[in-house]
Ligand binder design. Sequence first.
Ligand SMILES: C[S@@+](CC[C@H](N)C(=O)[O-])C[C@H]1O[C@@H](n2cnc3c(N)ncnc32)[C@H](O)[C@@H]1O
Length: 196
Amino acid sequence: MPTALSPLPLNAPQQWTKPTYSNTHGGKTYRPTHPDLFKVEFTPPQSGGEEYSSRLVAVRDFEPNERITKLTNISLAPEKAYSSVQFGKGQRDHLELNSDLLFMNHSCSPTAEIHLTSNNPDQWEVRTTSKGLKKGDAITFFYPSTEWDMAQGFQCACGSENCLGEIKGAKHISLEELESRSYVNEHIRQLKETQV
Ligand SMILES: C[S@@+](CC[C@H](N)C(=O)[O-])C[C@H]1O[C@@H](n2cnc3c(N)ncnc32)[C@H](O)[C@@H]1O
């Protein structure tokens, strides 16, 4: 049931269990959510617990500026988290992807973009950049293009020449820097314009 404040359901329309290294090896319970488009490459944990080193990889080529997929199974996030994506300026405007898209890592030279600007969440989508994508490429996006002040910042390991180092959200980067790396969502642009 949608809240009065949000256009999103509180729960995922389709049930989704987060795949991890441990629940995808041995038991093989992992079912890719978008098998014709991309897959998760799981990295074994180094020190017992689950880590954040898995990634999303294209299973076919994509044209420049092509829609990879719409965001089809999203729900309102209970709170801002490492897994959530910010879709508006409000405190509660964070969604959970509830699909393998969760495994899109950040890159300072991203291969994809999340577009959340439409008023209709049915139109929200992941697109390639002007470079397109080749089969086997990692699907990444520039986290500050959606995130203002992240719940969990991290030291970036994207390895690109122009890597920014610590990633904490758009609040901590100039608009020029944002625009030089990625499509910038409208809520981030507006927050940037009113930042004191
Ligand atoms: C939504 S998860 C992305 C999937 C994650 N790689 C995994 O294996 O679960 C976001 C987390 O992944 C890690 N991450 C994503 N991009 C990264 C990058 N460029 N460098 C280092 N860690 C990254 C961070 O820990 C971040 O909080």
